[in-house]
Design a protein around this ligand. Sequence first.
Ligand SMILES: [Zn+2]
Length: 628
Amino acid sequence: MNSSAPVSEAVIQSNLKVLATLPFADTRDFENASRGLLARHGGGTITDDSGHVVWDFNRYDFLAGDAPASVNPSLWRQGLLNCQQGLFEVVEGIYQVRGFDIANITFIETDTGVVIMDPLTAAETARAAHALYTEHRGPRPVKAVIYTHSHADHFGGVKGVMTQEQADSGEVLVIAPEGFTEHAVAENVYAGTAMARRAAYMYGAALPASAVGQVGAGLNQTLATGSITLIAPTVLITTTGETVNVDGLEIEFQMAPGSEAPAEMHFYLPKYRALCMAENASHSLHNLLTLRGALVRDPRVWAQYISHAIELFGDRTDVEFGAHHWPTWGQEEIREFLTVQRDLYSYLHDQTLRMLNQGLTGIEIAEQIQLPPALENAWSARGYYGSVSHNVKAIYQRYMGWFDGNPAHLWQHVPTESATRYVSALGGADRTIELAHAAFAEGDFRWAATLLDHVVFADASNMAARELLAKTYDQLAFGIENATWRNFYLSGAAELRGENFGTPTIATSPDMIAQLEITQVFDAIAISVNGPQAWDLDLSMDWIFADQGRQFRTTLKNGVFVAIEKKDSSPAQVTITLAKPLLPLFLMGQIERATAAGAVIEGDASVLATLLGTLQPGNPAFAIVTPE
Ligand SMILES: [Zn+2]
């Protein structure tokens, strides 16, 4: 990032305005983020077995004091809050380790042991957090692990705190909401490669952390890059009001499916008068549509779950804690916090629909919508992770789809084609860059980016355009409050300057692959088939899963791979008899490894090779701000 531009006057002024308008004198968050600190980790790094750095405690040492000109002061404040690390007492009996990963790990003491909630992303960071807890609270046997929802930053570290054998024997319960395993692995099956590539831009894990670089991710600082593990749940929670007693500790659950995650739940602990809101209430506006890409979430039911939690538990709750950020203490403060969170999602939902019914489109609503002052000035409602702008467009998309009704937008040229025409119409590349310079000088970085984006898509080798666009993205990054927007701008600038960092994080692991359903693996095969290459093929295969007592007939015809679970009386061209764990090997093209491990292929083996020959894996380093 050394080549980043100096901070422009326009950004300096807009950042000063933030400082003057937001309630920086309200320091309750700082009190709450440090409250109950028992011990800090000594610093340095957490590494995996091969010495690779999984977590660096000193990465954000530069975050101290007042915001520099190159960071929005509101985002800087969030970074200061998020980078606090250590073991914290929530109340006597509930402890959190924060700042060891992007999420929190929570330790809830039972009569003779401990329940661990949300064991982080990586086994290495979870193990280190557990060790810090044990050092200060003494060794307590793990009685249960709770996964609040199906995102990897809440389960990936599970093997750092327990073993598969402990789950199998029932020694440690693994408690999760219904649908957990399916959703935990499903996302990786479909758009996984593209999401992981874009997540690299969103979280900025490969960017240097500095005052002109990555300063955090809003939800917390960044993702740990260690071993993602998974132990399937042994206790599934299905209904609100259901209770589980773990070693004398009663846990009362509230289901919240289809909210921040497809499988999610809240829970209440009567003994501690404590409420856990998982990831549905946090100290940032969350994402209705994460910038890495996902299915659009439903703000209406999300708000309803928060309302329901207030009704169910509000009068009985003295402390609220979650999967990210710091707790809230005091019945009145909790009610205020949850009400702000609820009203935030409701307001965005209701006003977006009101405005779209007036004929406005997503891009217009995003500019026009204004939060009520009480939400605008609530720190927990600020857009560090989600933003009002992209959430409003997500709501439009959820209800209306990509088309805004204007036929001029129905059949547009692709970016390289329209860019060539725009640049020509504007009088050529040099003239377009000149116009962009003028926009830059006026502080209209959004217009400068639009002009220069056209030049780059018309001619990716235009270095003057690339450099000015990179500098423009730097300015947009320096002024923006949202951490994920900042990371996208800075990652785009890096790509323009010739750096393609691919996909630096690991999105999947052998444990997750092992949990895939047979049908999910077949889906993964189907979406990898290169259609045109397979148009003329007509293949049939039987798959006999001896360990499951199940049989599938799969066909490839018209470029479509179809899997149907049934015995077919007509003979298939080839039959594969295997145990389910071997199926993913075929997806990866490793036939020899599969047969060495016991898979038996009968019939025309070349049929299998032909199928696998049509599979096209995703590209984890595709270009984003430059034409492919
Ligand atoms: Zn999370």
